[in-house]
Design a protein around this ligand. Structure first.
Ligand code: SIN
Length: 331
């Protein structure tokens, strides 16, 4: 049987980092090594797939931008259309990997496997995790079972659905978790095991599309905290052109009255779309009758950074609160 064609799109991150010596795992610059040099550290990939590579960017993923997302998504869609591509692996920094994965999950119109991976330790560190993660990601992308699963993250031997996963530790190699639903599978010695499918709409069933899109509507995030002063930030975001705000509420949708009353005024004046997420990290945000009347939208169980992604894409379709709310139920 012929080997699947897998293309690796490299964007940078710690997986492509080199520190001053082997014992250093925190003080380094992310996104310096090329994908071809990373592949040299991964033996045996040629036996699994016919590999090709493309260096899309080489950045620390904390510098990810809407522009780069659009570029990456357009490239993914064009490659996925080709009969010469069976699966796509994207190397990425772990800091914003979950956001890029969810963005691609919503705008990549293919049932071919798209797998993001990265590393928590630089390539030069003792016990660097990048080579194994890349190895697993290629195995996953080459596996027939990985089709129709939406965009996935393969890291630390586990497989996560893009919508559900988030980075939950600053340094540990077991940094990724899907707090509400768990991983959808795992990879052991080149064998892929799935336990369940993601249930929300994605990829071929998504209405969102980047074709012809030059920029994304501006959406910002405000954070709730004791003695909340984010009214100032809300006004500044609005002045800078924000069409939507995601609030990282302090619990199951609670916002300090300082900013809540201000948001209610802006909602009434139809100046903004406001989505309530939570800073807690697990669980969903229910909406009370009063919230609905005031025009707030629930992010469901999406964390604030993911809710921002969906709200930007929703705003490419509509400004209508009820329709946007529906998107948050479906995606
Ligand atoms: C980054 O996100 O680019 C740096 C951190 C990492 O990849 O772990």
């Amino acid at each position: 049987m012929s080997k699947p064609n897998i293309i690796i799109l490299a964007t940078g991150g710690t997986v492509a980092a080199k520190a001053s010596d082997e014992s250093t795992s925190t003080d380094y610059k992310a996104g310096v090594l090329s994908i071809s040099s990373l592949l040299k550290a991964v033996p045996g990939l040629d036996g699994i797939a016919k590999l090709s590579t493309e260096q899309i960017a080489n950045i620390d993923s904390s510098n990810m931008s809407d522009e780069l997302w659009l570029k990456l998504a357009k490239r993914v869609n064009s490659l996925a259309k080709s009969p010469k591509v069976d699966g796509i692996v994207i190397t990425h920094g772990t800091d914003t990997m979950e956001e890029t994965a969810y963005f691609l999950n919503l705008v990549s119109h293919t049932n071919k496997a798209i797998v993001l991976t990265g590393a928590m330790r630089p390539a030069s560190a003792i016990s660097a995790d990048g080579a194994k993660n890349l190895y697993n990601a290629v195995y996953l992308a080459a596996d027939e079972q990985a089709r129709n699963k939406g965009v996935m993250i393969a890291i630390n031997d586990k497989i996560y659905a893009a919508r559900d996963v988030s980075k939950t530790h600053t340094l540990n190699i077991d940094a990724f978790k899907a707090q509400n639903s768990g991983e959808i599978g795992y990879i052991i010695d080149g064998k892929v095991f799935f336990s369940h499918d993601p249930v929300k709409l994605h990829t071929v069933n998504s209405v969102f599309c980047v074709r012809g899109l030059k920029k994304l509507p501006k959406v910002d995030i405000v954070y709730s905290y004791a003695n909340d002063g984010s009214k100032v930030a809300i006004d500044a975001f609005l002045k800078a052109g924000a069409k939507g705000i995601v609030v990282a509420t302090s619990g199951a949708g609670s916002i300090h009255e300082n900013s809540k009353n201000h948001l209610i005024k802006l909602l009434k004046a139809k100046k903004l779309v406001v989505v309530k997420s939570s800073r807690v990290g697990a669980g969903l945000v229910p909406l009370g009758k009063e919230d609905e009347e005031q025009g707030f939208i629930s992010a469901n169980d999406l964390n604030p950074q993911k809710a921002r992604v969906l709200l930007m894409l929703a705003l490419t379709k509509t400004q209508e609160g009820k329709e946007i709310s529906k998107y948050f139920e479906l995606y």
